[in-house]
Design a binder for this molecule. Structure first.
Ligand SMILES: Cc1cc2nc3c(=O)[nH]c(=O)nc-3n(C[C@H](O)[C@H](O)[C@H](O)COP(=O)(O)O)c2cc1C
Length: 386
């Protein structure tokens, strides 16, 4: 079954599942500031869920309505666990269920799960079948790589397609390559060709090294992928997907060659040095979604969908206050089960590219509560803007 997947526009954009990153707080921030077309949870151990840690792991599956459509990702090498986890995910109302068949993490592989399933195609198929049994009314998808030690896309993809998942995400590297070599998007293109050759309806999502929305558009156009999944580039940018809907209506251009800022971005940058009260935040974000000269440009005129208009041009004060909001939400939602130290990778991403960033980052690395983060950032802003 295709479920929500068939209603998505093309190309669509998804948040990559990332352990200790795409948690409830992170997803809510994205739902507020720039919703992707598909949201993913962190991966959750199906074995842990059905055996040991149900109470704690169920917290990883908490989501809000604003995050829909949302897909729960599980890893396991045991079909019975997958069936049970899928049943639970369906009960919890997830829009989709994804099976991890690409994770190189040692603890996951030790269980025979994640990337190891690429070496055991029969088991991989059993696990997909088990998920379908457990959640007959929820679409099942798979996230995988090109192969384990070598690229086996030509044989591995048809095997997965034979199980008729609603979607397959292809992280365009082998397990052996980890993230050490550039993603091979020409292999995503090949994945689309294979899908078409076998006449499958399964959607293909390409993944790996996408820098921004413009880059995502270019890679979708080059590869023919139905969608692009983005991971590391969204760190510290909850507004990353703002403007995605509008950008789909614009002609595809090779944005990678464009270095100069759009006039709108320049104007917004100018605001950095002027007064910028927090209550104006929403208004600016509204403007970000509708960049001047964007959709409304007359036929034949050059239209500007500059990546800067959506992220880099966001006034520094707004960016830093969003970081504080993120820290507060993390503490509120997850403070009792997760270490505040997890927020530090987000601070690194929020606090970069401006004078004084290094010192501010160093201070934030020492914090252990959202209140401390707020105090440090407010002090920084007070000095900067007085
Ligand atoms: C911190 C981190 C955690 C990750 N956790 C998961 C995970 O839980 N499940 C998964 O399928 N992939 C996971 N990945 C892989 C990403 O989903 C994605 O495939 C990879 O980062 C490549 O995409 P990117 O170049 O856009 O980051 C993780 C990656 C990172 C950086």
């Amino acid at each position: 079954m295709q479920g929500f997947w068939e209603k998505l526009p093309k190309p669509f954009f998804a948040v990559a599942p990332m352990a200790n990153v795409t948690d409830a707080a992170f997803r809510r921030m994205f739902a507020k500031y720039g919703k992707p077309d598909v949201m993913w949870t962190e991966f959750v151990s199906a074995d842990g869920l059905v055996k040991r840690n149900r109470e704690v792991l169920v917290r990883d599956l908490a989501y809000t309505e604003g995050e829909r459509p949302i897909v729960a990702q599980f890893f396991t090498a045991t079909p019975a666990s997958m069936e049970e986890a899928a049943r639970l995910a369906e009960e919890l109302g997830f829009d989709g269920i994804d099976i991890n068949m690409g994770c190189p993490d040692r603890s996951v592989e030790k269980q025979g799960a994640g990337a190891k399933l690429m070496l055991k195609p029969d088991l991989a198929l059993e696990i997909i079948a088990a998920a379908k049994r457990g959640a007959p009314n929820t679409p099942i998808s798979v996230k995988t790589r090109l192969g384990y030690n070598k690229d086996i896309l030509e044989t591995w993809l048809p095997i997965l397609l034979s199980a008729e998942p609603a979607a397959i995400t292809v992280h365009a590297r082998t397990r052996k390559e980890m993230s050490l070599v550039p993603a091979r998007w020409e292999r995503v293109k090949r994945a689309v060709e294979i899908r078409n050759e076998v006449g499958s309806k399964t959607l293909i999502l390409g993944n790996g090294d996408v820098r921004d929305l413009a880059d995502a558009h270019a890679k979708a156009a080059e590869s023919g992928a139905d969608a692009v999944m983005i991971g590391r580039a969204i760190f510290g940018k909850p507004w990353f997907f703002a403007g995605a809907a509008e950008s789909r209506l614009l002609p595809v251009r090779d944005f990678s060659a464009e270095k100069s800022l759009s006039p709108r971005a320049v104007a917004l940058r100018g605001q950095e040095s002027t007064d910028f009260p927090p209550e104006a935040k929403e208004k600016v974000l509204e403007q970000m979604v509708w960049p001047e000269g964007g959709l409304k440009a007359a036929e034949g005129e050059p239209r500007t969908f500059a990546k800067e208009a959506f992220s880099e041009a966001l006034p520094l004060e707004t960016r830093l206050r969003i970081a504080v909001e993120h820290a507060k939400l993390y503490e509120e939602l997850l403070g009792d089960i997760k270490s505040f130290a997890m927020m530090k990778k987000h601070f690194k991403a929020y606090v970069e590219g401006f004078p004084g960033a290094r010192e501010l980052r160093a201070e934030l690395m020492e914090t252990s509560s959202a209140a401390e983060v707020e105090q440090i950032i407010e002090r920084f802003l007070a000095v900067r803007y007085t």
